[in-house]
Design a binder for this molecule. Structure first.
Ligand SMILES: *Cc1c(COP(=O)(O)O)cnc(C)c1O
Length: 364
C-alpha cells in the first residue's frame, strides 16, 4: 500500500508542529470549571482585553461584513505608514505577522536553501524554513543571547534569509541598536534580514531598525496587533520593508488575507494611545513584580524586554501541569529544547500575584 505521504511534498513528513499556548476553554473543560476561573499567561496576550476603540470600530464594521474586505488594505497601510513616517508602499498586511514571515518563505526559499536563526529564536522561523524545504541553521546562543558573530559566520552562498526577533520570544533578550547596526552592515546585500519586532511597543528605548530600510537595505520588519494592541484573535500584523521587497511579498499573498473587522479594529487600535500607555504601565509594573519575586525565590530568570518572563523552574512540564491544576496556564518550552524553563506572560497585578502563589505551591 502506498501512503498519501509518498505523494506529499517530502519536507512535510518531518515538519514540526507549532504548539500554541493551551486554550482557556480546553483547560476549563478538563478541570470541570468555568472559563472565567482560568488565568491564561501562556501566549503573551493583553489581559486588559482589546482596545476599546478597536471594539467600537468593529461594531461599526459588522454591518458591512457581506462585502469583501479591501484587499489592498488602503486605510490600515496608510495609517501604519503615517505613524512610521514611511509610505504605504513600505507596508504589507498579514493575517498575523506570522503570515508576513510565511510570505518571506514563499518569496525567497526553495529546496536546498538555508536560513539562519539563533538558538532559542521564535520557533516559527524554523518551521517556515522546513515548510519550503530549506535548511534551518541554528547558531548556538551565548547566555541565551543571539551570537551575532556566530550568525555572520554561518552565512554561506545558500543563505537566503536571516531571522532574528528583537526582543526575542521566549527568552525576552534584546539586541542593542549598536549591535544590530553592526550586524546588518555586515550581512551581504542579497540576503534578506527579518528583524521581528512583535514586542517593539513594550520597549522603553526602542531601536530604530527602520533606518536600514530607509537606507535601502533588504531588511523586513514584521510587527503585530496581537500583543500590545490586544487583537490576537483577529489575526492582523504587518511587514515593513523597502518598496521593492514589499512588491515581491505582495505577489505571494492571497487577495483578501486580512478580514474587514481586523482592518477596522487595527486602524482604531493604532490611535488608542491611552490604552497603549495603560498596557505598558501594567506590563512594566507586573514584570518588575514577577522578576522581584523570582529573585526572592532564588529562581534564575533572564531580564525581559517583552510582556513575558523566562524563568528556570528545573522541571518545566511538571510545573506547567501543577500550575494548570491551580487554574493558571503558563508555557512549557520543551519544543524549544528548554525543558527546565517556562515562559510566563505578564498579567494584571491580581493575576501576577495568583501566578506567584501557584508557582510557589508548584515548586514546594
Ligand atoms: C507573538 C509573536 C509573533 C506574532 O504573531 P501574530 O501572527 O502576529 O499573532 C511574531 N513573532 C514573535 C516573536 C512573536 O512572539
Amino acid at each position: 500500500m502506498t501512503s498519501i505521504w509518498d505523494r506529499a511534498n517530502s519536507q512535510l513528513r518531518n515538519l514540526g508542529v507549532y504548539e500554541p499556548g493551551k486554550p482557556i476553554e480546553e483547560t476549563a473543560r478538563e478541570l470541570g470549571v468555568g472559563p472565567e476561573e482560568i488565568i491564561k499567561l501562556a501566549s503573551n496576550e493583553n489581559p486588559l482585553g482589546p482596545s476599546p476603540k478597536a471594539i467600537a470600530a468593529m461594531r461599526g464594521a459588522l454591518e458591512s461584513t457581506q462585502l469583501y474586505p479591501d484587499g489592498g488594505g488602503f486605510y490600515l497601510r496608510n495609517a501604519v505608514a503615517d505613524r512610521l513616517g514611511l509610505k504605504s508602499e513600505n507596508i504589507i498586511l498579514g493575517n498575523g505577522s506570522n503570515e508576513v514571515i510565511e510570505f518571506a518563505g514563499h518569496a525567497f526559499l526553495s529546496r536546498g536553501d538555508e536560513v539562519i536563526a539563533p538558538q532559542y529564536a521564535f520557533i516559527c522561523y524554523k518551521l517556515i524554513a522546513q515548510l519550503f524545504g530549506a535548511r534551518a541553521i541554528e547558531t548556538p546562543a551565548v547566555d541565551f543571547q543571539a551570537d551575532l558573530e556566530g550568525m555572520l559566520g554561518a552565512i554561506t552562498p545558500r543563505t537566503k534569509i536571516i531571522f532574528i526577533a528583537n526582543p526575542n520570544n521566549p527568552t525576552g533578550t534584546l539586541v542593542s541598536q549598536k549591535d544590530m547596526d553592526n550586524f546588518i552592515a555586515r550581512v551581504p546585500d542579497e540576503i534578506v534580514t527579518v528583524v521581528d519586532e512583535a514586542y517593539f511597543e513594550f520597549l522603553d528605548d526602542p531601536p530604530d531598525t527602520l533606518r536600514h530600510i530607509r537606507d535601502g537595505r533588504n531588511v523586513l520588519v514584521p510587527r503585530t496587533f496581537s500583543k500590545i494592541h490586544g487583537l490576537a484573535g483577529l489575526r492582523v500584523g504587518y511587514g515593513i520593508s523597502r518598496p521593492e521587497v514589499i512588491e515581491v511579498l505582495q505577489k505571494t499573498r492571497q487577495p483578501f488575507n486580512v478580514n474587514s473587522l481586523a482592518q477596522a479594529a487595527a486602524v482604531a487600535a493604532l490611535d488608542d494611545s491611552a490604552y497603549l500607555a495603560e498596557t505598558k504601565r501594567m506590563v512594566d509594573a507586573g514584570r518588575a513584580f514577577l522578576e522581584q519575586e523570582f529573585a526572592a525565590m532564588k529562581l534564575r530568570f533572564v531580564p525581559s524586554a517583552g510582556n513575558f518572563v523566562f524563568v528556570h523552574v528545573a522541571d518545566g512540564p511538571a510545573v506547567f501541569r501543577k500550575m494548570l491544576q491551580r487554574k493558571i496556564i503558563v508555557r512549557p518550552l520543551l519544543g524549544y529544547g528548554l525543558p527546565e524553563w517556562i515562559r510566563i506572560t505578564v498579567g494584571t497585578m491580581e493575576q501576577n500575584k495568583k501566578c506567584i502563589a501557584a508557582l510557589k505551591e508548584a515548586l514546594a
